[in-house]
Design a protein around this ligand. Structure first.
Ligand code: MN
Length: 202
């Protein structure tokens, strides 16, 4: 995962073919989303960090967790572009073809798989403008659903990111236009729950 790597950050490859998530997420959207949007976040993060050599040894996870310690001139760029890199890398990584049942731990924490989906969808629909809905783990280890604007990352709030759902229009507009709810329903069909379960093991 790119979270454990350092400057200069590299554009990660998609872990599946561009059309692999069809019909839920289309090939063209994946091309724009990965090749253009994510690439721009990677390039802009590297550009912003270039003059700050004292942070070239920090992993992306460290940069986002310790955002408030960064100099003013760098903080916003890392928040937006560093978040953009981390959030997209995890979003792409945690999708896969083939419907999988919601991870047991998650279903348990929310009183059933359907309740989890309801909460995640409500958070995703309720995010006004651009942002993500997140399944996160708090300091006590409890799972919860939150929404964060723009490319803000849960690490900057002391939370552990588990599963992101991108609800920026660029994530769905080509196929779903204004129907964010339909895109969210489709996304539930491609969540890589096995990988989520693996991440929740420790
Ligand atoms: Mn996006």
């Amino acid at each position: 995962m790119i979270a454990q790597t350092t400057y200069p950050f590299q554009l990660p490859e998609l872990p599946y073919a561009y059309e692999a998530l069809e019909p839920y997420i289309d090939r063209e959207t994946m091309h724009f989303h990965h090749d253009k949007h994510l690439k721009t976040y990677v390039d802009n993060l590297n550009k912003a960090l270039e003059p700050y050599s004292q942070y070239h040894s920090w992993t992306l996870e460290q940069l986002l967790s310790r955002l408030s310690e960064l100099p003013e001139g760098l903080q916003k760029a890392v928040r937006n572009n560093g978040g953009g890199v981390y959030n997209h890398d995890l979003y792409f990584d945690l999708m896969t073809p083939g419907d999988q049942p919601v991870a047991e731990k998650v279903a348990e924490a929310f009183g059933g798989a359907d309740n989890f989906k309801k909460e995640m969808k409500a958070a995703a629909l309720g995010q006004f403008g651009s942002g993500f809905a997140w399944l996160v783990k708090d300091a006590s280890g409890s799972l919860k659903v939150i929404a964060l604007p723009n490319q803000d990352n849960p690490l900057s709030q002391g939370l552990t990111p588990v599963l992101p759902l991108d609800v920026w229009e660029h994530a769905y507009y080509l196929k779903y236009q204004n129907l964010r709810g339909d895109y969210i329903d489709s996304w539930f069909h491609v969540v890589n729950w096995k990988a989520v379960e693996e991440a929740l093991k420790d």
